[in-house]
Design a protein around this ligand. Structure first.
Ligand SMILES: NC(=O)c1ccc[n+]([C@@H]2O[C@H](COP(=O)([O-])OP(=O)(O)OC[C@H]3O[C@@H](n4cnc5c(N)ncnc54)[C@H](OP(=O)(O)O)[C@@H]3O)[C@@H](O)[C@H]2O)c1
Length: 278
């Protein structure tokens, strides 16, 4: 009866993990949310005490250990979405506030999470920790595709990957797998604002040139056009954002195959299980 704990299970990709894993009756699945019907607050990953309380509750549910931890919860900034870092840096106070928030949730929060749950993982069977990272943190891709977008978010996910690798370095010898996996580009409504209501997937189909013509004078259109073209060049078969259903299936398959014995500890891979990010 494998047990799973998923953070950020309230919506998006986290909700889909919860649904797919819970559809197998032999799984014990615990979804951690930070606002449980406003009755009690648990699972804000930037609050260590709340995570310790969640670990104690998990112990009661599973009878001791935890087999699998999916560190999905994450903060995504909108402020850094379309401007390059030099432009963002012209607003130093906002930049600092946004970056500190991303680091607090995506890095410090997940370090707290791993720390609070490692004692349970030690007593688990499969002992797997998967951190949901982003291809935006694939450092070779930034110069290769000249990706100017989402600088602060990318910085936070790169730091998360480092934290994951450090946890792996310490706990690999105890048989606990820590690895980072990017779910691919997934349509959870994130790009709606920049697209004036057009989702990334739809935008891809209706042709980047149309978007550019419609929003000819907007910086957003120029940045997006550039991004689409570089994506198309990098991965000619890429057709836009996937559904949460497909992305979660992919990540669970990567997680299933990964093991300490195969040398996967500390690695950072895509939803394909390799370094192909789209
Ligand atoms: N969508 C993509 O294309 C994509 C690509 C690469 C990586 N990812 C990563 O995949 C993960 C899920 O993304 P998503 O697209 O499903 O995002 P989403 O729809 O914005 O959901 C984010 C989830 O994280 C939770 N969360 C945010 N801050 C939190 C905090 N301080 N403590 C606890 N939970 C918190 C949210 O909870 P509330 O409901 O309480 O706000 C929500 O459940 C993130 O780590 C994201 O960086 C996504």
């Amino acid at each position: 009866m494998p047990s799973y704990l998923i953070t950020g299970a309230s919506r998006g990709i986290g909700w889909e993990f919860l649904s797919q894993l819970a559809s197998n009756p032999s799984n014990t699945v615990i979804g951690l949310v930070r606002n449980k019907s406003a009755t009690e607050t648990r699972g804000d990953i930037s609050d260590y005490n709340s995570l310790e309380a969640a670990a104690a509750e998990t112990e009661k549910i599973t009878g001791g250990g935890l087999d699998n931890l999916i560190a999905n919860a994450g903060a995504v900034a909108h402020w850094d979405a379309y401007d390059p870092i030099g432009i963002l840096a012209q607003q130093p106070e906002i930049l600092e506030k946004e970056l500190m928030h991303l680091l607090r949730v995506n890095v410090v929060g997940n370090i707290h999470l791993f720390s609070a749950f490692t004692p349970l993982l030690r007593r688990g069977q499969t002992k797997k920790v998967i951190a949901i990272s982003s291809g935006q943190a694939a450092l070779d891709m930034i110069p290769k595709l000249q990706i100017e977008l989402s600088s602060l978010y990318s910085i936070s996910k790169t730091a998360l990957n480092t934290a994951v690798a450090k946890f792996s370095a310490q706990y690999n010898k105890e048989g606990i797998l820590f690895m980072s996996v990017c779910p691919g580009l997934v349509d959870t409504g994130r790009y709606d604002d920049g697209m004036r209501g057009i989702t990334l997937e739809v935008a891809f189909y209706i042709n980047v040139t149309n978007i550019y013509n419609t929003y000819r004078n907007s910086g957003t259109a120029r940045t997006l056009k550039k991004m689409f073209y570089s994506f198309a060049e990098y991965a000619p078969n890429f057709k836009g954002a996937s559904t949460t259903e497909a992305a979660v299936k992919d990540v669970l398959s990567v997680m299933d195959k990964a093991s300490v014995d195969n040398g996967d500890g500390g690695s950072f891979v895509s939803h394909f299980g390799n370094q192909q990010w789209l």
